[in-house]
Design a protein around this ligand. Structure first.
Ligand SMILES: [Zn+2]
Length: 209
């Protein structure tokens, strides 16, 4: 932040608005000496007065602090860049959640198989064996619900028929069909076109409506 540059910028914009230092000072309820101090780069307008100053000069704080007017086009470009950056962040975050989800589900399945095998092959009373197998099954179901819940909450599903993107409900997912070989697809009823078809996982919403 260059105080001197900002001072010169304030002076320039003030003159463009055909205001004297005294007139600007009156509007801000401060002395014209303060204005002169800013414009000579000796001090900065404090935060409390900055917004009011910007309003009077018809600039935004961003422009004041960078000591230049930002043309609308590059401003929009900037906003778009930020939006893209945000989208990339959400996308990579969702990707991580989905990968972690797959790993946890896979581990759950492995543990289930190991526990059941152990229960079958180790010499233990039948009743304990049955209890272990049932508990393992319950655990597997819990892993399944956890997996489905994460899948449902992460990102969106896109209807392959009408391209509608939405977050399905848990029961929609539960009664749908998982496309295991189709990489993250799910067969369910689309709330937009009511067709039962394959839905593709999308990490961020593309066509905002
Ligand atoms: Zn649809």
């Amino acid at each position: 932040m260059n105080q001197e540059k900002i001072g010169k910028f304030i002076a320039r914009v003030r003159k463009e608005k055909n205001m004297t230092q005294q007139e600007l000072a009156n509007k801000l309820n401060i002395t014209d000496r303060a204005i002169s101090h800013w414009e000579n780069g000796r001090s900065m307008p404090d935060a409390g007065i900055m917004l009011e100053l910007c309003k009077l000069l018809d600039i935004n704080v961003n422009e004041l602090l960078s000591a230049k007017k930002i043309i609308k086009e590059s401003y929009n470009e900037h906003a778009e860049e930020n939006l893209l950056e945000m989208r990339r962040e959400i996308e990579s975050q969702n990707k991580k959640i989905l990968i972690l989800n797959r790993i946890i589900t896979f581990l759950g399945f492995i543990i289930y198989v190991l526990v059941v095998l152990a229960a079958i092959f180790i010499e233990i009373p039948m009743i304990i064996r049955n209890i272990i197998i049932v508990l393992a099954l319950v655990m597997l179901l819990l892993f399944g619900v956890f997996n489905l819940k994460n899948l449902q909450k992460t990102g969106y599903y896109e209807c392959q028929d009408c391209k509608h993107q939405y977050i399905p409900t848990f029961s929609q997912m539960f009664f749908g069909v998982s496309g295991i070989t189709k990489g993250g697809t799910w067969k369910m009823k689309c709330p937009n076109c009511n067709k039962k078809c394959w839905h593709k996982k999308v990490l961020t919403k593309i066509n905002e409506k």
